[in-house]
Design a protein around this ligand. Structure first.
Ligand code: HEC
Ligand code: HEC
Ligand code: HEC
Length: 424
């Protein structure tokens, strides 16, 4: 069934709350595939959401399905055929003994009924969500029948043997975060508890970043260096005409951006400053955000600041933008209802599927990401993380992302510029 036909007209109405015996009714869903309401009583939804009984085999498929339950992304489960299981939630072997079906049903429908701070998505809720991707609005993650199937599957997990729900192939040595580099000659990849993404990489990936000949991001640095001296426009000028040797004139620039732009009365980031010089100084058209050309010049300029500690200016002029960026970082969003802070502050070091979540520091950008097999800007990463939680991403170069970039730079203060960093 397609996303669109699932639940076109959800209305979610809180009918009444009787505080004393803690029973209330919620109406959810359309007549098509879920009942008009369910009762919550003492931490349970006792009655099945559908007339058809839950099917544990289908439930097992759903918990593995990346588009639907995807429970293994956060939980270890006794499913040996799946390689990597997450560690964000507790292992689920034994929950069929620990909880009634009614309690499991409520946990799936809305885990925040138990813990308002929970990072577990509400699988059958469409209200009180923010910035959900438009095509998923008013669509719960799982249909009522899928909830019943998963409840039926969880009820079969009755073993006392929690060993069996440990990941079958626990993270290999190569994927585990390696120890902090100890050589004193290395820049400080960790400052006051702030850890660069570098410290979460395996040693061979760190080596790739260190080695200028092996680092694939250096291709963009080389190309940017050629562009720096390439004359353009009617006056046949290049960046060198005004800025001379980038090695000297651009040293430290990356570490201070985004900065306040007095003319536009808002922030400007490095990409936008480059485009401003193109338009106003060279009188040539700006490059599209995330174009190879803009990435190359940005990476070339950022590379001149390698090792310089990140130090954005937070003052009266930038304060309101900083606050907007911080709010963005703290705000739950998307169908999975997660904020940046949940993954990158609270869950840093835990595993999502096989991947260790880092602090999400921005000092390496532009980064060469192995998953993308190409180089990307910080805004590319913000949009990727927004999309992962099924939230509506903003346009690259949007004010929202530039504000976020300033907050991220403050979070990374003191960490060295690593551009072009290598990340998984
Ligand atoms: C983003 C991570 C995340 C995802 C995805 C997730 N959970 Fe959870 N889950 C948690 C966390 C964290 C807890 C611990 C309690 C809390 O904080 O809400 C939890 C608790 C539970 C519990 C109670 C376990 C206990 O021993 O008390 C059950 C059952 C459960 N989850 C089932 C599921 C199922 C089934 C799915 C998939 C449909 C799922 N979870 C998806 C994070 C997640
Ligand atoms: C569901 C968890 C999750 C959420 C929520 C999330 N991210 Fe991420 N993020 C990841 C994962 C996984 C990676 C790749 C591995 C790593 O570096 O942590 C990542 C990587 C990053 C990186 C790159 C870090 C580096 O060292 O290069 C940045 C920056 C980042 N995220 C920012 C954000 C921002 C900003 C938000 C909120 C808009 C956000 N993330 C929300 C999971 C998340
Ligand atoms: C005609 C002179 C001129 C040319 C050509 C020029 N710029 Fe600039 N650039 C400036 C001036 C003046 C500033 C000071 C800020 C401003 O007014 O925008 C500046 C500022 C910058 C900054 C910010 C430096 C800082 O310390 O914050 C960057 C980055 C930059 N230019 C990149 C470039 C690039 C890349 C090119 C070539 C595509 C280029 N510029 C071409 C005059 C020029």
């Amino acid at each position: 069934m397609s996303m669109h036909t699932r639940l076109p007209t959800i209305t979610l109405v809180l009918l009444f709350i009787i505080a004393n015996n803690c029973t209330y009714q919620v109406s959810i869903g359309s007549a098509a595939d879920s009942p008009s309401r369910y009762d919550i009583s003492n931490g349970e939804i006792v009655k099945s959401l559908t007339r058809e009984a839950g099917n544990p085999e289908r439930g097992e498929q759903i918990v593995l399905d990346r588009e639907r339950g995807d429970c293994v992304v956060c939980h270890a489960m006794p499913l040996p055929n799946r390689e990597f299981h997450g560690t964000v939630g507790p292992p689920l072997e034994g929950v069929g003994r620990k909880y009634t079906s009614g309690a499991l049903r409520l946990r799936l429908v809305d885990a925040k009924a138990f813990n308002p701070q929970s990072v577990m998505p509400a699988y059958h809720k469409v209200r009180d969500l923010f910035a959900v991707r438009p095509d998923l609005r008013n669509t719960p993650i799982l249909t009522a029948q899928e909830i019943e199937d998963v409840v039926a599957y969880l009820a079969t997990l009755t073993s006392t043997d929690t060993e069996s729900s440990q990941p079958i192939n626990p993270v290999s040595a190569a994927m585990a975060p390696s120890a902090l580099p100890s050589q004193p000659a290395q820049p400080a990849y960790a400052v006051d508890g702030r850890r660069s993404g570098y410290t979460y990489l395996a040693a061979d990936t760190q080596q790739l970043q260190n080695d200028a000949f092996a680092n694939p991001g250096m291709l963009w640095v080389e190309r940017g260096g050629e562009m720096w001296i390439q004359p353009e426009g009617g006056a046949h000028q290049s960046c060198t005409n005004c800025h001379g040797e980038a090695r000297e004139s651009m040293r430290g620039v990356r570490a201070r951006y985004p900065r306040f732009d007095g003319r536009r009365k808002k922030l400007i980031n490095l990409e936008q400053q480059i485009n401003r010089c193109r338009q106003e100084r060279l009188h040539v058209p700006p490059y599209a955000y995330e174009s190879e050309a803009l990435l190359a010049l940005t990476t070339y300029i950022a590379y001149q600041s390698r090792g310089v500690p990140i130090a954005p200016q937070i003052d009266a002029a930038t304060r309101s933008f900083f606050i907007a960026g911080k709010q963005f970082f703290m705000q739950r969003r998307g169908q999975l209802d997660l904020a940046c802070t949940h993954c990158h502050d609270q869950l840093a070091g835990q595993r999502l599927r096989g991947e260790v979540i880092s602090q999400g520091q921005s000092n390496g950008f532009p980064i060469y990401r192995q998953l993308w097999q190409t180089l990307g800007s910080s805004h590319h990463m913000f949009a990727w993380c927004n999309t992962a939680i099924r939230a509506e991403p903003f346009a690259l170069g949007s004010d929202e992302y530039v504000n976020l970039e300033l907050y991220m730079a403050w979070r990374a203060r003191g960490l060295p510029v690593e551009s072009p960093a290598i990340r998984r």
